[in-house]
Design a protein around this ligand. Structure first.
Ligand SMILES: Cc1ncc(COP(=O)(O)O)c(C=O)c1O
Length: 417
């Protein structure tokens, strides 16, 4: 029945999943797969964490859908505010909930336009912000997402991403931003600058600290809002609660999603009350926004992350992945970029070989993601992954490389699993 699924989705496997637990997914034949994707970073506490499951079960019995136009709020949402307060800046005290990251970004744009009374948005080349018509205009990580859907939302201007290191680094990034504001979109017409602190789809590249501090200055100087797209980097993934914390400056708007609710669809934006107050009644809305069950899943997720100190361990676990790979013969690995448990492994192979590599991954029991940047795999495992599972990943990765390169692979023999 796979033929009934729309072909437009890039599928990395033909697996029909039956159940999943932690970092493991099981198909209908009982075969197990080590899931290094956690549903593109959504399952921060792994598949079906027992505490999430039990809190969700309990919530389903109480109230599932407390629709926001009909009831003002619900108990899980009131708890959520309390749990979030210690991990977001004090001045970001007002929330709007959505069901997806794209929806959150769309609403961040609506907020920025109303709060500033200006139309234009600046964002970075190589960024990914979602798949709605508005978000596609903002996303430039791969043309395959945009191709055939033009014209997209107008008023979007792109500046290069302020890469921190490597060939792509531009020490003159501040001047590039100035030039854009001087020649393409005047500050008085520019509502916001939207940036991922670490590009996800764009290949796991961190933004440069000084550039982000400059961006903060520019936004303050011209009354523009800095929207930090934390949909992928947020909720502890990179070793801090939020990606912007790496830069020592705070944004005006946080867009969150993915890992907040361990696989349940909850997302949203957080900003200052004075910005939200510029939006008239009925200027925001949505049927499912802030769903009670998804919110309780978020509460359970935040409790687990805090109680088990998983955010603190994120960097150490990420380093374990790097060490495990570095300790082996890694002639097919060009570079590893690691920020907590957001990791890119750039492989030394052409794109045809890389496609075969990705197709073969499930055959060695491995679920992997690619990026929009050449032969690069992206690892977004659950924050609950254990050192043993990290070793298991390494074995499977080398087994996969062994399948591709066989006896021609130089150096140490690939370790069988
Ligand atoms: C940084 C970023 N922003 C926004 C989105 C869109 O989120 P969603 O797929 O939940 O709409 C994604 C999804 O991958 C993302 O990585």
């Amino acid at each position: 029945m796979l033929s009934r699924l729309a072909k437009g989705v890039a599928r990395n496997s033909t697996i029909i999943a039956e159940r999943a637990s932690g970092v493991w997914v099981y198909d209908t034949h009982g075969k197990s797969y080590l899931d290094m994707t956690s549903g593109i970073g959504a399952l921060s506490t792994g598949h079906s964490h027992p505490k999430v499951v039990s809190r969700v079960r309990e919530q389903v019995g109480k109230i599932v859908h407390a629709q926001q136009n009909c009831v003002a709020s619900h108990l899980p949402q009131q708890d959520f505010f309390k749990k979030m307060a210690p991990i977001v800046p004090d001045h970001l005290d007002t929330y709007f909930f959505t069901n997806s990251g794209s929806d959150a970004v769309e609403n961040a744009i609506k907020l920025a336009r109303k709060a500033t009374g200006r139309p234009n948005i600046i964002t970075c080349l190589g960024g990914f912000h979602g798949r709605t018509l508005g978000c596609m205009a903002l996303s430039t990580s791969r043309t395959s997402c945009r191709k055939g859907y033009q014209p997209l939302m107008p008023g979007v201007f792109h500046v290069d991403f302020p890469y921190e290191v490597g060939e792509l680094r531009q020490p003159d990034w501040p001047q590039r931003l100035d030039i854009l504001l001087e020649k393409a979109t005047a500050p008085e017409e520019t509502a916001a600058i939207l940036v991922e602190p670490i590009l996800g789809e764009g290949g796991v590249h961190r933004a440069d600290t000084e550039a982000m501090q400059y961006l903060r200055e520019v936004c303050d100087k011209h009354g523009m809002l800095w929207i930090s797209d934390e949909v992928q980097t947020g909720v502890g993934r990179t070793g801090n609660w939020w990606g912007y914390e790496h830069f020592g400056v705070e944004p005006d708007v946080i867009a969150f999603g993915k890992g907040i609710a361990s696989g349940f669809p909850l997302a949203g934006i957080i900003s200052e009350k004075r910005h939200f107050d510029t939006i008239h009644t009925n200027g925001l809305g949505g049927t499912w926004n802030g769903n009670a069950v998804a919110t309780e899943a978020a509460n359970a997720t935040l409790d687990i992350l805090k109680e088990s100190r998983l955010v603190d361990q994120c960097q150490t676990k990420g380093q374990l992945v790097v060490d495990a790979l570095m300790n082996r013969d890694n002639m097919h690995i060009l570079t590893i970029r690691q920020y907590g448990l957001m990791i890119a492994i750039e492989l030394d192979m052409d794109m045809d070989t890389f496609h075969t590599f990705m197709q073969e991954a499930p055959n060695v029991g491995l679920l992997l993601l690619s990026t929009g940047m050449g032969p690069t795999i992206r690892l977004l495992p659950p924050l609950t992954i254990t050192p043993h599972e990290i070793q298991e990943f390494t074995k499977r990765l080398y087994r996969l490389l062994g399948r591709i390169y066989g006896a021609t692979a130089k150096g140490t023999a690939f370790m069988p699993i």
